[in-house]
Design a protein around this ligand. Structure first.
Ligand code: GDP
Ligand code: MN
Length: 381
């Protein structure tokens, strides 16, 4: 789960990272009032889960409260990378002498949190990595011992020469690592970490992603979820207890179990198609889940065919068949459906489906081939 910049800043500020004061606004008038309260120059910043807001026109300096109001009225409602801006952060502006990058990601290869720091901050770190990789220092942390002060200094010295700044940066590294570990982050990033002309080291942007599996033990973080900032179908699926990820293709897949879902997507690709989603209805036998799954998939206009691939173990395939019949009676399908069922109560399931005008097979290759062909507009074999 991603959280907004202002939420990440609140967490980092509480951990001791120097961050200019700010508040959020949902209207231009609120933005003006906050700017008045802060006094002096402010920055108005779009709160959407996307990087590169600066380049997209979602981060603007304002000299007066009136200007903050005008800028906020332009940024609110704006689209950035397909996301609508409903909230802006109005924060005290800092003068910038230099910009650095500081981030931690969970690296699955080394199974460790890895620091990445660069004195070339402000811009995309991917760009720095591609053109001048020598400007990035990577440092894996052994979680048994945590980030050691000497490592924090090493990171600080990679960014700055001046010892005072190195100390300030090291303190920020320790706080960032602590925050990353305490909150079950998969990513925590400060870009830019700036030095002001007065020599202060300050974080001007913050990004945090929380591992979804941590949310049960962190209700305070789960409460930060902003559904308006998320893919609509993914929100709906989560609320229906389905595991769903939207993809770019046109074969809508309904599968039980993550392993079978992966195998199905592989097979769709193998036969020249492209999956529209990853949807796992799980191991239970709840026809309601099938109804919800079909609803979510058919709302996506890019889906040209629906492919059911169910292996009945604990899941009873007759329950799935009943789910398909119920769902399609309530909302008749406008696109073809290909069903593959095998396992528990397979004969009963086939009977239910045939009686209701569906065809189904128990062969996975055959079903996937057929679905791919239908998605391409061809006649099914
Ligand atoms: P991003 O583009 O989504 O990463 O948004 P950022 O918060 O990083 O802002 C983009 C850029 O705007 C930064 O790299 C800075 O150059 C600039 N910026 C952000 N806050 C301030 C500020 O307080 N003062 C000044 N002068 N520039 C700022
Ligand atoms: Mn940034």
């Amino acid at each position: 789960m991603n959280i907004h910049e202002y939420q990440a800043k609140d967490i980092l500020r509480a951990a001791g990272v120097p961050i200019p004061p700010g508040e959020i606004a949902h209207t231009a008038e609120e933005a003006e009032a906050i700017a008045t309260k802060i006094g002096g120059m402010v920055v108005v910043k779009a709160q959407v889960h996307a990087g590169g807001r600066g380049k997209a026109g979602g981060v603007k300096l304002a000299k007066t409260p009136a200007e903050a109001k005008e800028i906020a009225s332009k940024i609110l409602g704006m689209q950035i990378k397909g996301l609508t801006v409903y909230t802006v952060l109005v924060t005290a502006a800092a003068d910038i002498a230099s910009e650095a990058y500081v981030g931690i990601i969970l690296d699955r290869a080394t199974k460790k949190p890895v620091f990445m720091v660069s004195p070339a901050g402000g811009i995309d770190i991917e760009e720095v990595a591609a053109s001048t990789p020598e400007k990035i220092l990577k440092l894996p942390v052994d979680t048994r011992y945590g980030l050691q002060p000497y490592q924090a200094s090493e990171l600080g010295f990679f960014l700055f020469d001046d010892v005072k700044k190195v100390r300030a940066a090291s303190k920020i590294m320790m706080a960032l690592y602590d925050t990353f570990m305490k909150n079950g982050c998969s990513l925590a990033e400060i870009n830019p970490l700036v030095v002001t002309p007065a020599g202060e080291v300050v974080a001007l942007d913050a990004k945090m992603s929380i591992d979804d599996n941590e949310l049960d033990r962190h209700p305070e973080l789960a409460a930060l979820r902003d559904e308006t900032a998320e893919e609509h179908s993914e929100v709906e699926a989560r609320n229906a207890n389905l595991t769903f990820i939207k993809l770019d293709g046109d074969v809508g897949c309904v599968v039980n179990g993550a392993g079978l879902a992966m195998a199905t997507m592989d097979l769709v690709k193998y036969y020249g198609g492209s999956p529209a989603n990853f949807l796992d209805i799980g191991g239970s036998s709840n026809p309601e889940k099938v109804v919800n799954a079909l609803k979510i998939i058919t709302e996506d206009p890019s889906v040209k065919v629906i492919l059911f691939n169910i292996f009945g173990g604990i899941t009873r395939t007759d329950d799935v068949a009943n789910g398909i019949v119920t769902a399609t009676k309530a909302n008749p399908l406008k696109i073809p459906i290909v069903i593959r069922l095998t396992g528990t109560n397979e004969e009963i399931a086939m009977k239910i489906l045939t009686e209701n005008g569906f065809t189904a097979s128990s062969d996975m290759d055959e079903a996937v081939m057929k679905a791919v062909e239908l998605a391409k507009g061809g006649k099914a074999a």
